[in-house]
Structure formats: C-alpha cells, structure tokens
Write a protein that binds this ligand. Sequence first.
Ligand code: COA
Length: 309
Amino acid sequence: MTGSDRGKNQARASAESTAALSNGLGARGLADSHGPGASPPDSRRVHDPSAEGPLSLRRQDGALIISIEREDRRNSLSLSTLEAFGNVFRYHLAPDDRAVIVTGSGARAFCAGADLKERKDMSLDEVRAQLVRYRTDLAWLSTCPVPTIAAINGAALGGGLELALLCDLRIAAPHASFALPETSLGIIPAAGGTQYLPRIVGAAKARELILLGTRLSAAEALRIGLIHRICDAEVSVLDDTLAWITPITRGAPLAQHAALRALRAADRLDIDAGLEFELSCYEECLVSEDRVEALNAFAEKREPVFKGK
Ligand code: COA
C-alpha cells in the first residue's frame, strides 16, 4: 500500500467514524449502548455479505464467522484489516447473530500481530493513528452484544493475542502458540494487552509474559487460564468451536446479553456497584417472555423455544 493509499484510507475511515458517531444509534437494537462508533448501516455503501476487505464472512449455526484471509502475511493486522473489522460491526452484524467467531486462514497463524512490513514505512503519526484503530475498530469485540469467541488456529502473537484477549472465550488448536513479544521489538502491547492480560491470567503471570515475552504452548495457555479449551486434534478448531458454543447459540438471547453485560461490568466496578448492576441485569430477564417459556418447558418436560423477547 502506498503512503497516498494509506492517507486516503485514513481519511475515508475517519469520515465514516464521524458519520457513525453523528448518527448516534447502534447498528442493531442490542448494540445501541455498546459498540464504539456504533452506527446504522449506511445504505449508500454496498457491502459484500461474504467479505469485508481482507476478511471473509459467513454464518453457520447461529454464529457470524470472521476469518482473516492474509495467510501469506500470517494473518497480520494491516490498516485495511483493522478498518475491515470496524466495518463488520458497522455493516454486517445482524440481529439474529447469536455469537461472533474470529479465526485466521491456514494452520500456521491465527494472527501474527501488526503487519510489520506495512509498519516499517509508516510515519510516527500513522502508527499513532493505527493504535487508535485497535481501540475502535477492534475493541467492539469486547463490548459486542453477543459473545465473541477467538478460534485460534495457530500462532497468536502480539496484536494477534490482544485480538484474542478482546474476545469473551478463546479456543485453540493443539499446535497454537501464544506470546506478547512487543518489548523485544522496542514497544509494548498497547492494543489492550497490558490491561486485559492481568485481568485474565493474573498480575504475576502477565508480568512474566510481557516482560520476558515468554512463548506459551496451547497446553501451557490452558493451564494458566489464558484459553478456555484446546480442541480435539481430529477436529478443526472452527468445527469444535461451533459445537462447543451450542448452549450460547441455542440459549435465551436476552439472558445471554444480560449475563455478558454483568460479567464485563465486573472488570470495571467495585463489588457493591457490581452487585447493584447485576440486579438490574437480572430485572431485564425477569420481565422476559423467555423466562416464562423456560419455566413452562421445564414443567412440560420439553426443550424451551426462546424468542429473544
Ligand atoms: N507482519 C508482516 N508479515 C509477517 C508477519 C507480520 N507480523 N509475520 C509473518 N509475516 C510474513 C513473513 O515475513 C513471511 O513473508 P515472506 O514469505 O515474504 O518472507 C511470511 O509471513 C511467512 O512467515 P514465516 O515466519 O516464514 O512463517 P512461519 O509459519 O514459519 O511462522 C510466525 C509464523 C507467525 C510464527 C512468524 O512469522 C513470526 O514469528 N512472525 C512475527 C510475529 C511478531 O513478532 N509479531 C509481533 C508484532 S508486535
């Protein structure tokens, strides 16, 4: 990508963000109070439902599957890849998506972090602008109204691991590996890594992983709680993920949403405020038709049919 292409991309992205913010409302009902830069779909732009820049998009078993298709650069995050992630939230997330799965193409890498070849030619201001994009175009994964899952098909390094940390759940192939090697590159993990990692694996382990840049196997990552599950070697990580999250994709939508909000609030609120917030989330479920349906289904010894109402 030339400097001038990058400039045009940034100008377009910035215009889109501004439009998104001035539009105010979220792309979908549940998203209203959540995603950064949430906006209704822009009818002037036509978005291919199966692709967004270097990302492929498809739906299966109630999940929107986002795959980074940059195998030749080990699915690293270029500026256009970040922009494409933002566009997925703005234009592609649909009301009946029950989960969002992020994965990478090929078996070598989930995501090798920032595109270091692209970054080599960037000015300081361009690098700064790119960092902002991590916090806007990627960060919606941590506030998405439905659970987000990283299906880690290979190495998750630097920004690639930070991408996985933004997700609610992480499942890995047995050969996957994990590291935040930024300090060896003269920088720090600044796409949320220094903040999310201690919350997930604890302060002591996060210090080790960030200061030493230690590389972990999938088994070690599972042991310290960095990932939730290693998939069966016989099954693709994506198939394993889809099967594992069935309770999410078939569960009660409002309850899933309320539980997510309460869980995420636990990272930000003290215990008293958190308990108050939990009650307000419970109240949303209490008045739902799905709660009554679950009680009726239990009494009638049948599976509930949830409507998200
Ligand atoms: N940015 C841009 N290109 C990258 C890249 C990145 N982050 N990571 C890998 N690539 C490119 C390589 O330059 C190489 O390109 P080439 O074929 O033109 O030489 C190609 O992807 C394949 O890389 P290679 O190292 O041969 O693949 P591998 O499967 O043996 O190893 C990794 C994969 C991800 C383990 C390894 O590429 C790696 O360690 N990458 C660096 C990741 C990193 O330090 N990220 C931190 C960013 S803060």
